[in-house]
Design a protein around this ligand. Sequence first.
Ligand code: SAH
Length: 343
Amino acid sequence: MSKVDLKKLTLHQLEIFLKQLGEPAYRAKQIFKWMYKGQTQFEKMTDLPKALIDKLDESAYISMIDVYKKYQSALDETVKYVFLLEDKNMVESVRMKYSFGVTACISSQVGCAMGCNFCASTEGGLVRNLSWWEMADEVLAIEKDSGEKVSRVVVMGSGEPLLNYDELIQFLNVLNMPIAFNMSFRRITVSTCGIVPEIYRLADEGIPITLAVSLHAPNDEIRNRLMPINRRYPILQLLDACKYYIMKTKRRITFEYALISKINDTDECAQELSSLLKNLLCHVNLIPLNPVEGKAYKRSTPAQVQRFEKILSSRGISTTIRRELGSDIEAACGQLRRSLLMR
Ligand code: SAH
């Protein structure tokens, strides 16, 4: 009989497994807790009796994602991890250090199908969805490697999380569970390119995470050029979904806006954007475009980034410019997966 990987079980499934071994349900909680402390050896789970440890060794194991490569930024404390999955696919995650703690940027898919034409993550198309436990393992491996607890998670690595909906929700629940990562939903951000029906679904889920929406343009004409998804779900439909999300969750939405020189960074764009977002409970995060090799787009000049920010702020839109981390190791927004495809 082949051994069962306990990492792939939900708490409920683990309880059933232990019941089959003739053990009470609370043992599942103990084991689950150890697993999410990064422990993979049963004999080191000090509150388990020897007889149970022997039974577990015979019938089960706990897998751990492999750190295939690690890049340390010379500019800041950012670390990019390349993880090797069981099926030999690779996926990247980024660990960022802020004054308030460690943030992990997690990938939700191997590759991406969305085709945003300024982003490297989509260049090779979608390979497959990640399972919830692979996403949890990204966080766990970062904690294990760095010896520091991850205090925030942003699902902003490669992939479109809302197209991997069920696994995403299961992952968010494990992040939140007191006996797993014990992370408040408020410390979790999920970023989407704007899958409208799934935004409604997420709003009805009743979990107070932060939703980030990759907007990148103030009108359909520009957004259609940058993001193919806009032809399916144009801006007004997207904003309606955002309004519903805000109404249901009372949470402020973050709009991400990558500033691309002469494409979406003009004064007119800033004015149009501020009219579009007026009276919406939102925050705009400006990201000076991270150049992706082989693409014609250029990042906006620092002066234009400042101007853009001023126009939005002066019109009452809460706006910040995102600090760039890890650009020397291709760990910045839009750069993930590139190094994997170039190998
Ligand atoms: N699919 C999701 C999450 C992954 S992308 C989404 O689209 O939101 C994370 C963020 O990085 C998105 O806002 C994305 O648009 C942005 N991004 C992609 N390429 C970029 C680039 N070259 N420079 C700056 N930001 C980029």
